[in-house]
Design a protein around this ligand. Sequence first.
Ligand code: GDP
Ligand code: MG
Length: 395
Amino acid sequence: MPRAKKAKDEKPAAPPAPTTRVGTVALVGRPNVGKSTLLNRMLGQKVAIVSDKPQTTRMSILGIKTTPRGQIVFVDNPGIHKPLHKLNRRMMSFVHASIQTADLVCLLVDGTERFGHGDAFALDLVRPVTSPLFLLINKVDAVRKDSILLLIDKYKDLASFKEIIPISAARGTNLDVLEKLIFDNLPAAEKLYGDADVSDQSERFLLSEIIREKVLGHVSAELPWATAVVIDQVERRKAGEAGAEETGTDDEESELLDAETAGGVEETERVKDGPEEEDEGVEIRIPGIGGERPSLPPLKFPPEGNVRPKRISKEERRARPVVFIKASILVERDNHRVIIIGNRGELIKTIGIEARREIEDILEARVYLDLRVRVRPQWRDAADVLDLIEGQKTR
Ligand code: GDP
Ligand code: MG
């Protein structure tokens, strides 16, 4: 008897299921709990600036970690807080969007602090998520073990945490465990990004963040909240090209330029005042989520932690291209401007030198940084300024 023929309409074999685990992981929590420190430590690179001032992170920042197991797309976020300005409402809309779209949510808390109202507020935000929810108790390096146990006891019934993990983002404690548990909970999927992709930010955004980080390192009170940085211009010249050499090649000379710039600070209204609009709510798009594979800018990021920029020889330095950067430090009041400029321009000079050194290392160039301090009253409620600042992220 002839063998039965294969059914004509038999379906072709399904493509093999992906062997990698891939997904987005939202890092959320109150300001200053260590979200950005954790992101940087997980990547081994500084993609997000860190400071001891609250609300350092103002937008969602992607950090992509690719390993043989797959790809974790971390989404660092602004801290969870009650928004008083339009800026802060936008910051919180990043947090909401990130929580809603993530495959896994990590709520970070500060292990050195007692449970309070702010923590209850943060919990309310993550409690409704249907994706796996981890509680990360951070800063265990700075606290006794029994108080961590008390915190675990406090939190364990307040939300349905899939895992509760004590970590130290600064020291790297337990982060291998965290990485393993994240992969265990991500779906099997194809990678969203290329293996070399690190973050979604543009060069302009990275430069503005580095400058802002240096400002944050020197100011206090309300100034950290009231300061923003806008990159006005980036111009590149090859070594030897007209204009590249006459600006000088030595560190001393660029420092002199920093000093001259400091003398030239001025008060300028840069962005025209526009009509007050209703808070329009920001459209948050996380590249790669729900779309085709995005191409990310091939940026070099500095190593995480406080690493001194490496010293290079005069010859190496001379062979580097030259980059002229003009940037504005935006503040809300004239007394802010006076503080940032400092006595005889000392502070703005220091900020300029610190930022330039780090930027030179990243761009592998000789950098001339022209900083100006500009006063724009109530920019935190001005949609045009906020659009400008947010626009830097992708442009
Ligand atoms: P974020 O606002 O949640 O992003 O917090 P940051 O990452 O900017 O960190 C806030 C402050 O906490 C900074 O001064 C960090 O150095 C510090 N910090 C972060 N992680 C740790 C940690 O594991 N241990 C200690 N002792 N400090 C930490
Ligand atoms: Mg942060």
